[in-house]
Design a protein around this ligand. Structure first.
Ligand code: GLN
Length: 191
């Protein structure tokens, strides 16, 4: 099974390695045509403003929006911001996940931290690295909250869409990636 990583900017290589360690094939997605061959797409961490500019430069926004309407997408950190239906104080990007994102909600680069999180259905103690991370400021009713950190929502699932505030690819713990691939992508039919 092929899982794509949007490869315009950000933590691409680490995610491809994590996907391959889970037994799937990782594909660096740079063009619209590649979306046809993947069972699910990962949006990496990085800088959402820069990623949006590159998405527009590659004319990929409508194709990413229609992929995310019914195919599995996992947004991590900046990728969470890209996926959110609402981004506080600015326009939404891909905008298909029924959450509101608040950028840089945990402070600046120097305030980066690592903590252990309980992620429902995934892990009791997941090592989560937060780097200028967004939080999920609000979710619509049907969205499942999978993890919180000191009361803030940091991981959620909305049907076929998954998002987390932190960087799951920076430690060796593959449980969240396995959850995405096995629980959310493996039922996809690829033509
Ligand atoms: N602060 C970045 C943004 O707003 C996200 C940081 C990250 O992905 N580590 O896009």
């Amino acid at each position: 099974m092929k899982i794509g990583v949007l490869a315009l900017q950000g933590a691409v290589t680490e995610h491809i390695k994590a996907i391959e360690a889970c037994g799937a094939e990782g594909v660096a997605v740079k063009q619209i045509v590649q979306l046809d061959e993947i069972a699910g797409l990962l949006l990496p961490g990085g800088e959402s403003t820069a990623m949006r500019r590159l998405i527009d430069y590659a004319h990929m926004l409508p194709a990413l929006q229609s992929f995310a309407k019914d195919k599995p997408v996992f947004g991590t950190c900046a990728g969470l911001i890209l996926l959110a239906e609402t981004v506080e104080g600015e326009e939404a990007h891909i905008g298909q996940m029924r959450i509101a994102a608040r950028r840089n909600a945990f402070g600046r680069q120097v305030d980066s931290f690592e903590t252990k999180l309980a992620i429902q259905g995934v892990s009791d103690s997941f090592p989560a690295v937060f780097i200028r991370a967004p939080k999920i400021a609000a979710v619509e009713n049907e969205v499942e909250v999978l993890a919180t950190h000191e009361g803030d929502i940091v991981c959620a699932r909305d049907r076929h869409l998954l998002a987390c505030s932190f960087h799951p690819e920076l430690t060796g713990d593959l449980s969240l990636m396995k959850f995405f691939i096995k629980e959310m992508c493996s039922n996809q039919l690829i033509h």
